[in-house]
Write a protein that binds this ligand. Structure first.
Ligand code: GRF
Length: 218
């Protein structure tokens, strides 16, 4: 059984999409075990409670430093024996205390076609720039801001009449399908990483203990 933690800071519509995918059986022998949030009152928390998922809510400013905050999170991840972390609207840069034990095991969802428009307000940035296509990226997390190797992308057309709100709606619809499908693939198939290029080896047999990137959680 592979165990997943979702990190979220906001509404949690993508967290809900992951819960729905799990309920449909899309993740086979895997389970979402934990919601981690830096905003104890965010919408994602209510969604976790409704689904009876454990919530680990932390207020970062109550910790003397980021390192202590992340080590508190790590303790809960270990208690729950978490294998995969999915950042679904988690508005913080992940630091070394989480990255090191979960290298290549942390995914992020970003509302643009990276490397265009990293960071905050990617949808507003795309509108302001006047691009005709933007989209959604799911990538592995590294030390940078939205810089990790890309797992999947899907374009979304920007119409002349789009506003930040209408474009955000379109992007969310794409996210709600793309993120669960990438998570399902990663649970099922091994991946190969060569430089910045990630290949999901769908033609190979199911993920097992010999998977090249498999690392024990240290
Ligand atoms: C998504 O658009 C995601 O791409 C970005 O934050 C948003 C989270 O939305 N990182 P929600 O909380 O899942 O509704």
């Amino acid at each position: 059984m592979q165990r997943i933690a979702v990190f979220a800071s906001g509404t949690g519509s993508n967290f809900q999409a992951l819960l729905d995918a799990q309920a449909r059986g899309q993740f086979e022998a895997a389970a979402i075990r934990l919601l981690v949030t830096d905003r104890p009152n965010c919408g994602a928390v209510a969604k976790a409670q409704a689904a009876q998922i454990r919530v680990a809510a932390f207020t970062p400013k109550q910790f003397p430093a980021k390192s202590e905050y992340e080590r508190a999170i790590l303790q809960v991840l270990r208690e729950e024996q978490i294998d995969w972390i999915v950042l679904a609207g988690y508005m913080r840069l992940v630091g070394p205390d989480l990255l090191q034990p979960y290298r290549n095991r942390i995914l992020n969802l970003h509302p643009s076609l990276l490397p265009a428009f990293p960071g905050k307000d990617a949808i507003g940035q795309a509108i302001a720039y006047g691009v005709k296509y933007t989209g959604v990226t799911v990538h592995l997390v590294d030390e940078g801001m939205d810089t990790g190797p890309i797992l999947a992308q899907q374009p979304v057309q920007v119409e002349d009449t789009d506003t930040v709100e209408t474009l955000a709606d379109k992007i969310h619809q794409v996210e709600h399908k793309l993120l669960p499908s990438v998570v399902a693939d990663l649970l099922r198939y091994p991946i190969e990483i060569e430089g910045r290029t990630v290949r999901i080896l769908k033609e190979s047999r199911k993920r097992d203990e010999t998977t090249r990137i498999d690392q024990r959680i240290g």
